[in-house]
Write a new protein. Structure first.
Lengths: 513, 404
């Protein structure tokens, strides 16, 4: 039987280099760097602030959004960016403080082609175009609805709500399918706004759903962040530190690297009573008011242990990625643990507590600043509200639960009307913003820098300087596209013909330095 | 003159993949002897050479290179991972497991560390843990070869031979063309799986191809000998096992040679092989890398010393609970008259799922001795279903005949 063992070893040996085999190191975990379709860009969860929510009144609904498939160039035809029918997309909610899902929304997509002979996924021109000799229709009319043949590559999707173990398929009252909004190829081809409106489905029971290629709601000087935290030098003279005026301004002083790019968005708006463990709307002071939200993408697993009848075996899923708080896996989890993080469950996050409560990135930034910035000492218990149910998000009496990367949202805190909201969320005195949930316009980069690196929740501590620690920022303060003020809240996808990526050195793109 | 001699020498024999790596690593070591990485590469190359040649001295060289690497860079991840590998090669499963666990805690995303975990768990008989590690590998990087080959081994142990073949075929398709030994190994494993279910001709053809890819490959020679035995060509089997023993002079290989010689009717030569086997196997019996399972078989089948078989079977079983060690203990218990203990042990082995014709047949014999005719018949039937052309098929059929 020694053959066996050596055999195993040999199988292992196969072509292995002695280095750590982590594959590519990208802006995400290695596994997702190889699987863009399953790459979750952002997760948002907030009390809805649409017109049907009276300002200051008790919250009625919560909106959950996940973005997938990062940095979609809207001009990148011909097949553009369908959702992947092989992926199970899920938005998950924990409502009893154990970091395990109690309510899940599952999204699955299907793709069909209406004109297999046509060269592109989307084709259209006002009135259609005809062969001058034969009169045959060559280009279909401009796409204004999901029935138009020019919407050659058309995606439908299903949504299943799993609540307390019961599965409910959500649907339109008339039984018609949900369509996903395609890429905004350009004004000649389609009426993106009409499609967007038609694809915002308001269902019986107060639930709304949406899926499609939209503006990427996130904004950041990604180039600076990933040039080893090389933020631009602005008015303060210290890179990555804003002046009070810059901080207050609703304009950008550095380039929004995500500008002009689209992302695939999945959104659902839900009455709060469907999400809480009590089945009721809970006031902010209630321990039952705070939920934990995360999103996952999964693919079918190739199972080692097969069913005796594989044809009857539905198989199992392997989780490719998950996301709760922004920037956790990107910035906090060590490169040798990113896949484990992506594939594991939040309830097992105790294994990453070292990263959460003593983030290596903090020491890195401190070192790069060479004395210009003091950071708090580990363990960083001031970061506990991000990874447990704790004040100031959760009400007193809420069980803290295990350390887990969930986006915590107190569903009892009334939404702030957009005009009064602060991009700095809780730090800006806006109780309805990140890290109490996350709205599309919350400046999570600046907030994370100030909370994580600046330690503003741990202040005062030796060396703390509110004008430095409290003013960290990348200089990107606003999105390049207007957000909607109603579900699904994200902006329209940039049009492929006229999109602009704002670069350093051009107006609105900040300096090259 | 020297250059010409080297050139001629090079022309005489194409270096194997491991020889090539050894040469490359030596150049790198000479260039930057103070860097740990080339020493680790050299160690890895020796470990690969150990597989190619079955020569344990290669592991010693690997350990030397690793000691140098770890002196230059204490705690170096790649060096420690290679050390865990060498520990597995030396059958120090518990230590290898300990090291692999530490590595896994440090860098949870390193793919091959899961492979080391899976190997150590499987050899210790901790199959659920082994399965978990391999499933994680499959999830982490779908289609990676180390996961597929290990998954195939576990599928075989779990009784899914066709599934094992499926994984091995995928592994073969993904193995780089220049890795001739790896590809020969995978072909040998595929041949083994076909042979295990009685597809002798398929196995034979695959082994011929494996030996083309990697001439005189000791694994393939052994497997080819098993095909010849199953074909009743015992003299050829003995010749192949002789060649294999010359390439890989381990005691257990001498035992298999003795068995083939006995079947070929060459009693004196068989006797000599068994004598040599017993002497060598006893000498290493207390070490981790031992031939105790073969010794148990020898004392049960040949030397008729059940008490010695039982002592060794229990000692080995205290170290590991894999199905083959359990089967060996079951045989020793049975030979010692401890029938119900024997049955419990072999049933525990079979509960893993393995459908090995010989093991099933032996379970049938033990059940029959215990007076459990129904269980005996079930096992004999299962043995025939697993492999209608196994070496015990005739006896299983006879046992199933109604008594006249």
């Amino acid at each position: 039987m020694k053959l066996r063992l050596h055999g195993l070893l040999l199988g292992a040996a196969a072509f292995a280099a002695p280095g750590v085999v982590l594959a590519a190191n990208h802006r995400e975990a290695p596994i997702t760097a190889l699987d863009h379709k399953a790459d979750i860009t952002d997760v948002y969860a907030f009390v809805s602030y649409g017109a049907d929510q009276a300002p200051g009144a008790a919250p009625r609904k919560v909106t959950l959004i996940m973005g997938v498939d990062p940095l979609l160039e809207p001009a990148n035809g011909p097949t553009v960016f369908p959702f992947d029918p092989d992926i199970l997309y899920e938005l998950k909610v924990d409502n009893d403080n154990d970091a395990r899902a109690d309510v899940v929304f599952e999204f699955r997509f299907q793709t069909e082609y209406q004109l297999p002979g046509v060269f592109t996924a989307l084709a259209g021109v006002e009135g259609g175009a005809f062969n001058p000799r034969t009169g045959a229709l060559v280009v279909p009319p401009r796409i204004t609805s999901f029935d138009n043949p020019g919407l050659n590559q058309r995606q439908t999707y299903t949504v299943t709500m799993v609540r307390n173990g019961r599965r409910t398929r959500l649907g339109n009252a008339d039984g018609s399918p949900f369509f996903a909004v395609p890429d905004n190829a350009g004004p000649r081809t389609l009426d993106y706004e009409a499609l967007f409106a038609a694809a915002t489905y308001r269902l019986a029971g107060g639930i709304s759903v949406f899926a499609g290629t939209t503006d990427d709601a996130f904004w950041i000087d990604l180039g600076a962040a990933f040039d080893t935290v090389n933020f631009r030098i602005l008015g303060s003279g210290v890179p990555g530190v804003l002046t009070a005026a810059e901080d207050a301004a609703a304009q950008n002083f550095a380039s929004d690297t995500v500008s002009g790019y689209a992302v695939n968005t999945i959104a659902v708006e839900v009455p709060i009573e469907l999400l809480t463990r009590t089945g009721r709307r809970e006031p902010a002071a209630s321990p039952a008011a705070t939920i934990g939200v995360w999103a996952t993408t999964s693919r079918r697993a190739l199972l080692l242990r097969r069913s005796p009848l594989p044809a009857l075996d539905l198989g199992d899923w392997r989780q490719v990625q998950r996301m709760g708080n922004p920037l956790i896996n990107e910035l906090i989890v060590g490169i040798g643990s990113k896949d484990r993080f992506s594939m594991d469950q939040p309830a097992n996050d105790g294994q990453f507590a070292g990263f959460f409560l003593d983030p290596p990135i903090v020491g890195i930034v401190e070192a790069l600043y060479g004395g210009a910035l003091s950071v708090p000492a580990a363990p960083r218990n001031d970061l506990l509200p991000l990874v447990t149910y704790a004040a100031p998000i959760a009400a007193p009496g809420t069980p803290a639960g295990p350390v887990a990367d969930l986006l915590r949202l107190n569903t009892g805190v009334p939404a702030t009307p957009p005009a009064q909201a602060s991009r700095l969320g809780l730090l800006g005195g806006d109780a309805a913003g990140f890290p109490n949930g996350r709205r599309v316009f919350d400046d999570v980069t600046d907030i994370t820098l100030r909370v994580g690196v600046g330690g503003v929740l741990a202040a005062p501590f030796p060396g703390f300087n509110p004008d430095v620690n409290g003013r960290l920022g990348d200089g990107v303060n606003v999105n390049d596209t207007a957000y909607r003020t109603a579900f699904p809240y994200v902006g329209s996808g940039p049009d492929g013909r006229n999109r602009r990526h704002l670069d350093p050195g051009e107006p609105g793109g900040g300096p090259v330095n | 003159m020297l250059a010409l001699a080297l050139l001629l020498a090079a022309a005489a024999a194409v270096p194997t993949p491991a020889e090539l790596r050894i040469a490359q690593a030596r150049v790198a070591v000479a260039r930057t002897p103070e860097q740990p990485r080339p020493h680790v590469e050299l160690a890895m190359a020796f470990a690969r050479r150990a597989r190619e040649t079955a020569d344990p001295d290669q592991y010693r060289r690997a350990e030397e290179a690793l000691a140098t690497a770890l002196r230059l860079a204490p705690g170096d991840f790649a060096a420690r991972r290679t050390r865990a590998w060498v520990l597995l090669g030396r059958h120090e499963f518990a230590r290898a497991l300990e090291e692999a666990r530490a590595l896994n805690r440090e860098v949870p995303d390193d793919l091959l560390t899961y492979g080391l975990l899976a190997d150590a768990h499987a050899e210790l008989g901790q199959y659920a843990e082994a399965e978990k590690a391999v499933q994680w590998m499959l999830n982490l990087r779908p289609g990676n070869v180390p996961a597929l080959t290990r998954g195939a081994y576990l599928r075989e142990l779990f009784g899914d031979v066709e599934g094992a073949l499926d994984f091995m075929a995928q592994a073969f398709d993904r193995a780089p063309l220049e890795e001739t030994e790896d590809r020969a190994w995978i072909l040998t494993q595929i041949a083994h799986l076909h042979l295990a279910v009685g597809r002798l001709e398929t196995a034979d053809a695959l082994l011929a191809r494996a030996l083309e890819l990697f001439p005189r490959y000791h694994y393939a020679l052994a497997q080819q000998a098993r095909v010849r035995s199953a074909q009743g060509r015992h003299a050829e089997a003995a010749a192949l096992l002789r060649a294999r023993y010359e390439a890989a002079p381990h005691p257990e290989n001498l035992y298999e040679l003795g068995e083939a010689l006995a079947r070929a009717g060459r009693a004196a030569e068989a006797e000599a092989a068994f004598d040599g086997f017993e002497r060598a196997a006893r000498a290493e019996s207390d070490g981790w890398d031992n031939a105790n399972r073969e010794l148990v078989a020898y004392y049960v089948d040949r030397a008729r010393r059940p008490e010695e078989a039982l002592r060794l079977g229990r000692a080995e079983r205290a170290r590991r609970s894999d199905v083959f060690t359990r089967e060996a203990l079951a045989r020793a218990l049975f030979a010692s008259g401890l029938v119900s203990d024997a049955r419990a042990e072999i049933e525990a082995a079979l509960s893993v799922g393995i459908r090995d014709a010989c093991m099933l047949y032996r379970a049938g014999v033990m059940a029959a001795a215990a007076g459990d005719a129904a269980a005996a018949a079930r096992h004999f039937q299962a043995s025939l279903e697993a492999n209608p052309r196994s070496e015990v098929a005739a006896e299983a059929r006879r046992a199933l005949q109604p008594e006249s």
